[in-house]
Design a protein around this ligand. Sequence first.
Ligand code: FES
Length: 198
Amino acid sequence: MLRSRLSRIGAGIVKELSRGQCTATCRSSFILRPYSACWRPQVELHPETKGFQGTIFRKHFQFSSAATSNDSANGSDSEEMISITFVGKDGEEKDIKVPVGMSMLEAAHENDIELEGACEGSLACSTCHVIVMDMEYYNKLEDPADEENDMLDLAFGLTETSRLGCQVIAKPELNGMRLAIPAATRNFAVDGYVPKPH
Ligand code: FES
C-alpha cells in the first residue's frame, strides 16, 4: 500500500517536472531519458515497478519519454532510430542514425559532426543553426518557440527552413531528413556573452 502510494506520488512529481518539456511523440513508456543541455532534474521511474526512483539535478539534460514498438511489445528499453543526413559546410554528406527523442545537436556531437552549440542547448545562441533541406520535413517539425525565433533572427544566413539544431528532436516522421550546416555562425560567446544554463 505504502509502495503504491509512493509510486503515485512519484508519477505525479514526474508529470509536474516534465510538463512542457517532453517532446517525444510516444508516451507508452515512462522512462525519461536525457538528451539536451540545461540544468534540469533527471527523473526516472523504475522500469519494472514504475515506482519513483529519485531526482538528480544535472547539467545538460532535458526529458524525453521516447519509446519504441519493441518497448510496447516486450517491455524492453531498446531505442527506435531514424536516419538523418548532415550536409557539412564543404558539401560533404554524413548519414547517421539518431535515437527518437534526441536533439539534432546532440546527435551531431555524438557523430563528430561540426555543429557548434555554444550554449549547449539553452537557447542563448544561434551556433547550432541548421537548415532543413526539404520543406516537407520542415513542415513536420514542431513550431519554434519565441525564444528559438529570437535566436534565429540573429543567425548567420537565415533561410525559410532554418531551425536551431538543439530544438529539433528526432521523431519517426523525420526519418530521412537532410540538414545543412551553414557556412558560418555568429558566436556571441566570443563577443563576451557568457550564456547561463537554466
Ligand atoms: Fe545555443 Fe542551440 S546550442 S541555441
